[in-house]
Write a protein that binds this ligand. Structure first.
Ligand code: CDT
Length: 303
């Protein structure tokens, strides 16, 4: 018996500084509608999908970028996306910059929300691995200031019952770390949703530039195969405010094979009907999860 779900990775091209939040939201809503026409039930948007990727910009006052943060989800500016998705009966995962008041302290996270087809918020994830630096590096062509603008996520690696299966989320740099997938896989996760903004150029280590696409794909394929999960990666692509980003949105099967991939660096859907039961061959066959070695690993994680 199959357990299939039509999934679209919703890649978006550059979001210029001059674009209003409402204009960006219209682009996301257009992709939702296109996904519905493509028989999809779940759309995966990228990391910080509502705004330009502002951690590339230095500011003396990091709070100046609070205009790019959401104080609630849904909020007044994102409600139209939630309304249209519920009207279409389509769920989504949306990356956004989050600003919260935690016990009187203002905190900022690089976050994602998972929403079911009826509009119900299923759960949240906050990015664990914040790449880059705290300091201004004026010699670099652009900055990587996520460490300055965000705090590391404090929600762990939750797995949610949704879309007829077990679903987890990661955000961009998380996808390079095998333990992220492992923490999800050990909870039986069958589908991992990942948004990313990946520059082609790494100012501190330019020798890796020629491998940017390869390392991205390698990470998704290894995570999928070694944990028997579907992995969906949705990019912010193209040249945004002078920063070239790789694109390369794709859906990877639990076999590690690329099932579908983007062909442009603009707004584009990457669609595949994913059979969640295909995870079983790898979870129970190739990597049986209840063997002694994995039990030991779980104990290590708990300690
Ligand atoms: N957004 C994000 O996490 N990007 C990183 C690049 C960081 S380069 C220091 C990535 O892993 O793609």
């Amino acid at each position: 018996m199959t357990r299939t779900i039509g999934i679209a990775a919703a890649q978006i091209g550059p979001v210029p500084r001059s674009q209003t939040r409402a204009e960006t939201l219209d682009r996301l809503i257009a992709l939702l509608r296109q996904a519905k026409r493509g028989d999809c039930e779940l759309v995966v948007f990228t990391e910080c999908a509502l705004t330009p990727f502002f951690p590339h910009w230095w500011s003396e006052d990091p709070a100046a970028n609070d205009i790019y943060c959401e104080r609630s989800m849904p909020g007044p500016q994102t409600q139209p996306l939630f309304d249209e998705a519920a009207r279409l009966g389509i769920g989504f995962c949306l990356g956004y910059a989050e600003l919260v008041d935690e016990g009187g302290s203002i905190r900022r996270y690089n976050s994602a929300v998972l929403v079911e087809r009826d509009g119900r918020v299923v759960g949240h994830y906050r990015k664990t691995h914040l790449p880059g630096h705290f300091d201004h590096r004026p010699g670099n062509p652009f900055q990587n200031l996520e460490k300055l603008y965000f705090e590391p996520g404090n929600l762990g690696f939750p797995v949610f019952e949704a879309f007829g299966g077990k679903v987890g989320m990661l955000i961009c740099n998380d996808r390079r770390w095998p333990e992220c997938y492992r923490c999800l896989g050990l909870q039986g996760c069958e589908l991992v949703l990942i948004g990313f903004n990946t520059p082609r150029h790494y100012p501190e280590f330019p020798d890796t530039d020629r491998l940017a696409d390869f390392h991205h794909q390698l990470s998704l394929q290894a995570g999928a195969y070694q944990n028997g999960m579907w992995v969906v990666g949705a990019a912010k692509a193209g040249v945004e405010e002078g920063v070239e980003q790789i694109g390369g949105s794709m859906i990877v099967a639990p076999s590690g094979e690329v099932a579908a991939r983007s062909t442009t660096l603009g707004d584009e859907l990457v669609i595949h009907r994913c059979d969640l039961n295909a995870c079983r061959t790898y979870k129970e066959g190739v990597f049986p999860s209840r063997n002694r070695r994995v039990d030991q690993f779980e104990r290590l994680l708990e300690s």
